[in-house]
Design a protein around this ligand. Structure first.
Ligand code: HEC
Ligand code: HEC
Length: 115
């Protein structure tokens, strides 16, 4: 461990890290440090004090955003099929609606597959 860098004990299978020097959090489950078989999240490093409002946009933790931070698709890497945001509700209906709005925040990030 270096100065300004704290490594926490194993949490949800990953080792989250907060870097005091540049205010970033890395390797957290919530921001995409997950793997369900072939399906993986983006394991994103987020800037804690960012003022862009883009750090937790849909598509950042799993899926894809463009260079401007706009959503391309929330579909995570390795997911079978090719679905857009309105399709998620066809299968994950307890989590999201057909507008792509999260309807149950607890189920959305609970380390389980929810349908
Ligand atoms: C802060 C990070 C983050 C953002 C932003 C995010 N997700 Fe997720 N999402 C996750 C994680 C982590 C999972 C893994 C499943 C779990 O833990 O329950 C997940 C899982 C899902 C699932 C699978 C169902 C489930 O929960 O098991 C769907 C569908 C989903 N997200 C849709 C969306 C949509 C639509 C948006 C934008 C409105 C979005 N997500 C934004 C982190 C995020
Ligand atoms: C046709 C049904 C179907 C659609 C549509 C679908 N999923 Fe899934 N999804 C599944 C199944 C089934 C699994 C579990 C696959 C496995 O375990 O191998 C899964 C797993 C996942 C996972 C990892 C486990 C979990 O539940 O968190 C995420 C994240 C996810 N889907 C996100 C999405 C997002 C985002 C969309 C929309 C863009 C979407 N899915 C659309 C059926 C679907």
């Amino acid at each position: 461990m270096e100065f300004g860098e704290f490594t926490y004990p194993d949490s949800l299978g990953v080792n989250p890290n907060y870097n005091l020097m540049d205010n970033t959090c890395s390797n957290t489950y919530c921001h995409g440090g997950f793997k369900f078989g072939d399906i993986v999240g983006n394991n994103r490093t987020v800037t804690w004090n960012s003022t862009t409002n883009k750090e937790a946009e849909c598509g950042t933790c799993h899926g894809e955003i463009d260079a401007d931070g706009n959503l391309v698709t929330p579909l995570p890497t390795g997911h079978f099929g090719n679905y857009v945001i309105n399709d998620c509700a066809n299968c994950h209906s307890s989590v999201v609606n057909s507008d792509g709005v999260i309807i149950d925040k607890i189920k959305h990030i609970n380390k389980e597959k929810n349908f």
